[in-house]
Design a protein around this ligand. Structure first.
Ligand code: CP3
Length: 345
């Protein structure tokens, strides 16, 4: 890693070091809100795009060019490693990941084989090219959290109540743990491949884990997420842990071993700072829907997020969840400028 990259505001903030201004990036910063994204994706299915290094590089770079954000996030999807080991799934536009044969029993679990670098040569190639092009701008690699991946595999698609997932978790804990063990191995290797290729931070998106109560999280999820973070400790890159609706889980998510805890918009950052143990930076947390309000409102809300973020040991500005598809990109250009200027004062 070059010293310029190591000194980037994003990596410094993740490590709770002093920064010249608050770094900012946006979850789902690449995607349908950008006309240039819609243009390159025209006629190319999502999962095909994820296996084409030229497209991955171009789409990852689009928001960096447009917004001057302080980090890039690798363009892929949480289900790409599952597809790479042969799970029959697709990403349906407007729906999300859909699995042809949902996991029901131990034989289904055994079919989830480990992932190897040779399964995803396009990942190593795309990240290598991106790291060159990005220079001093960090690249964030990512994976889905084990609970979120398990939910897609068990439900067969997006789910509101995660009832089959929870039925297995509560009713067949051994089967559940064997599934989570395999997903953890896959996730760990998938993240190590990305860091090995040059990603300088990682984020674990356990997006739907907010559906689980704290005591159940501690029993059924935390041991697996902890194994992911511990398995990355020797790589010396900041590890971010994010979920939606996780106000009651923030401390436990920090305990799983993340350096940075991502916060959605339902809990203010000063309250989040009280909920997590010392030694963590926070990331977040402007409500992505605020971007649909007039600029004056966005500015007032962003100012508030920055003020509350100052109570944390380190703060990376982000939205409280991904950029919504109908967002006006000009609002994000303005927001990035505002965060940089306002926090530098
Ligand atoms: O943040 C980024 O810019 C990087 C790209 C990224 C994508 N998916 C691209 C994508 C990331 C980090 C993800 C992670 C992801 N995928 C998560 C965790 C983050 C979160 O939002 O909580 C989840 C739950 C998924 C599963 C998934 N994949 C969903 C729910 C969807 C949206 C379905 C839809 O059409 O509304 C996808 C598809 C997807 N992944 C798209 C993109 C840009 C849209 C595909 C398209 O353009 O048609």
């Amino acid at each position: 890693m070059t010293s310029e990259l190591a000194d980037s505001p994003f990596l410094r903030a993740c490590q709770r070091q002093a920064v010249p201004y608050t770094p900012v990036w946006y979850m789902r910063q690449a995607g349908r809100s950008l006309p240039e994204y819609r243009a390159v994706r025209e006629g190319v299915p999502m999962l095909t795009a994820c296996t084409r290094p030229d497209m991955v590089v171009e789409i990852t770079m689009q928001p960096v060019r447009r917004y001057s954000v302080d980090a890039a996030i690798f363009f892929s999807d949480i289900v790409v490693p599952l597809r790479a080991i042969g799970v029959d799934l697709d990403i349906k536009p407007g729906v999300g990941p859909v699995v042809a044969a949902p996991i029901r029993d131990a034989a289904d679990v055994r079919r989830l084989r480990p992932i190897e670098p040779g399964d995803v040569p396009y990942i190593t190639e795309a990240i290598g090219a991106l790291v060159k092009e990005l220079g001093a701008t960090p690249l964030i690699g990512f994976a889905g959290g084990p609970f979120t991946l398990a939910s897609y595999l068990i439900e067969g698609g997006p789910s509101k109540n995660h009832e089959r997932t929870k039925a297995m978790m509560y009713g067949e804990p051994e089967l559940w743990n064997s599934l989570m063990d395999r997903l953890t191995d896959i996730t760990l290797e998938w993240l190590r491949i990305q860091v090995g290729a040059g990603a300088s931070a990682i984020q674990l998106f356990d997006s739907w884990v907010g559906a689980v109560a704290p005591e159940d999280y501690r029993t059924y999820v935390l041991p697996h997420s902890r194994r992911v973070f511990e398995g990355l400790a020797d790589l010396d890159v900041p590890r971010i842990h994010f979920g939606v609706g996780t106000g009651e889980l923030l401390r436990l998510m920090g305990e799983a071993g993340a350096d940075v805890v991502g916060v959605d918009w339902r809990v203010s950052l000063d309250e989040a700072a009280r909920r997590v143990d010392p030694g963590k930076a926070l990331q977040g947390n402007l409500d992505p829907a605020v971007l649909f309000a007039p600029w004056e409102v966005v500015e007032r809300r962003a100012r508030d997020v920055l003020a509350r973020g100052r109570t944390a040991e380190g703060h990376v500005f982000n939205l409280g969840h991904g950029v919504l598809p109908n967002t006006d990109p000009d609002q994000l250009t303005r927001l990035t400028e505002f965060v940089h200027e306002h926090s530098a004062r």
